[in-house]
Ligand binder design. Sequence first.
Ligand code: IVH
Length: 678
Amino acid sequence: PDAEYDALVRELEAIEREHPQLRVPGSPTQRVGAGVLPGFETVAHELPMLSLNNAFSDEEVAEFTGRISKELGEAEPAFSVEPKLDGLAISLRYEHGVFVRGATRGDGATGEDVTANLRTVRAIPLRLRGEAPAVLEVRGEVYMPRAGFEAYNARMRETGGKVLANPRNGAAGSLRQLDPRLAAARPLSFYAYGLGVTEGWALPPRHSQVLQALRGFGFPVSPEVAVARGTRGLLDYYAAIGARRDALPYDIDGVVYKLDDHGQQAAMGFVSRAPRWAIAHKFPAQEQLTTVEAIEVQVGRTGALTPVARLAPVQVAGVVVTNATLHNADQIARLDVRAGDTVIVRRAGDVIPEVVRVLPEKRPLDARGQPLHPPYEFPSVCPACGSHTEAVRKVLKSTKAGGIEYAEGAAIVCTGGLFCPAQRKQALVHFASRRAMDIEGLGERFIEALVDFGYVATVADLYAMTVPRFLEMKQRADERDGTVPETVKAGKVASKWAENLVAAIAASKDTTLERLLFALGIRDVGESTARTLARHFGALDPLLQADEATLVEVPDVGPVVAARIAGFFAEPHNREVVQALRAAGVRWPEGPPQRSAEGPLAGQTVVLTGALSAMSRDAAGDRLQALGAKVAGSVSKKTSFVVAGEAAGSKLEKAQALGVEVWDEARLLEFLNAHPPV
Ligand code: IVH
C-alpha cells in the first residue's frame, strides 16, 4: 500500500541523509515513477514532469509555509489549493489547437507515447476552444471514477475476468493497454492541473489564472480548486475536502498547495525532483496492511452466501476496519486468501472494505516450510441453518425500491429457504404477500420484530400468534426503537390492530394449493408454475413424493426447475414446515390431477397479451390451461396462437411478424363458451 511505501521511502531518506555513502543511483529516492514499458514509443519531456514532496501532519504544513514566508518576506502569500487525484500523471501536447500527442510521466524525463489510448478518454479535448497558442502542453491526472471502477469489477467478478486492485491501477493499466479498444472499454476521465511548455501564449501571472484559462480552452479542471492564504487557510481547505472525501465520485489521496504567483514560484525554485513552492498534504491511506484472523460466510436475506475476512483491526482512511468482503468463492480462489495471511485492505467512499491482495511472502509456514493453512474451501452447508448450498447463475438481488429481483451473476446460495433464519424475514414477507397467503396488515416492520424477538422461526409459527403475544412483541419493539406511542404513554393499549392481524392470519388458513406452493418461496417457482403444479398433481402429497423425472413431465417445468422443486422438498426442514402448516390448520381443496394432455388445446402453446375486458389475463390463462394449453410468456415460432386484448404491444407485433395466429377477445370468449369448465 502507498502508506507502507511512503513510510519506507521516508525511512530510507533518513538513513541516506545520515550515511550518504549508502545512497546509490538505483535507490528509490533517486528516481521518479515507473519506467518505460517496451511496446510504446518514448517521449522526451521538454520540461521534466516532477513530483511533489509530501506532508503528513499539520506541523509539516506549517514548516512548509514558514519556510516560504521567510524566504519571500511575505507573511501570508496566496496558494492555489487543489484536490490530489489518485490516478496517473500525463502530459498532453496541442499544436495550433489540435491534440497531437499524449505521454505518461515515465521517469519524469522520458515517458511513453499513449496518444491512441488518450484519444479514447472523452474528457480530453481533441481540439481546443477559442484562440489557441502555437504550442500548449497541459498536464493533469487521468483517473477512473469510483462508480466506473466498481461496475467494471462487478462485471469481471461475474464473468470470471481479472479484477482491478484499485482505480489508480485501473487508470494506469488502461493507458498501457497496447490495444486502444481495450482502453476505450475502461471508464476513464481527466482533470488538468498544470502546464508544460507553451509557445505563443502570454502566460498569466498566477497559477489560478492558468487553471481558469485551461477551462476556457475546454479542459476539465476540478471544481474543488480554490485559493487560500496562511497555514490556517491551507489546513481549513484540507479539513473541508477531507470531510467530503467519501462523497467525491473519485479517489483522492490528499490535497496539493501551490504558491499561486509564478514569480514567487521561480524565487523558491526546485530541489532535485520536486518544487520547493508546492507540497502534497496526504490524507489517511485508503489501503493498509493487516492480517486475516478468519474467513467466515454470511447469509444475506436472499440466501446468497458472502465470504467475509475477519481482520486484525486496522485504521483505513480514518475508520477502524475489522471485516472486509471477499465477494464470492471465485474471488477467494483468485486471491488465494487464507487464515493468517497478511493482506492489503482497501476502503474508499461508502463502499464496503475489501481485500485487494495477499502478500504471499508473509504467509505463515509450519516447521517444514509448508503453508500453515490449506486453501480456503467454501462450505457445502449454510452456516446459519445447515442446509446444503448450491451454485446458481441467477441471484436474487435487493432493488433500490426495497424489493427483490433476479439478476445475472454467479453466487452460492443456501437451499434452506423458509428454515434458514437469515432468509426467514424475506421468506415471511413473501409468504404473507397478497398473491401468496394474503395476510393483510402483516408488513415488514412487524415481520422484523417477529423474527428479531424470536416469536417466529418458520412461517408455520405465524399461526400460533395471539393478540397478547402481538401486544407483547409490539411493546418490546417500541422499547428497543424508543418509539413509545402517545396512546401507550396515556396508559391505554391499542389492541385493535392485533385483533385484526390475528383474524387475517386465521383467514389465510383457507387457501388453495397453488397459493400455498407459491407462498413457500421455492426458488424459480412463481405463480404460474405453482398453478401448473397444483393442477398437475391435484394434491400436495403426490407432489412431495415426485422425483425430478416425474417433475419434468409437468408442462412448463424444465430440468432446472424440476431439480429446484425436488431439492426443496428433499430438505427435511422444508418438509417439517409443510407438516407444521397442515397441523396449524392451513387447508386447501384437493382433487384429481388435471393433466392437460387430454384437453382440446393439448399440445398447443398460447401467449396472452394486452388487457381483456371480460376477465383477467390470469383467469383466461387458467381456463386455457385447463383445456390443455401451455401458457407461455413470450412469442416464438412455436407459439400456436396469441390472444391479444386492448393495447397489446410488442408481443402482438412479434406474432404478426412471425405469422403466428392472433385471437381477439371475442374469439377467445366464443371458444371458452364452447368449452365450459367441467
Ligand atoms: S502538481 C511540479 N497537482 O501527484 C508539480 N499534481 O506527487 C507537479 N497529482 O505526479 C504535480 N493531483 O500525478 C499536481 N492537483 C495536482 C495533482 C497532482 C494529483 C499527482 C500527479 C503528480 C503527483 C505528485
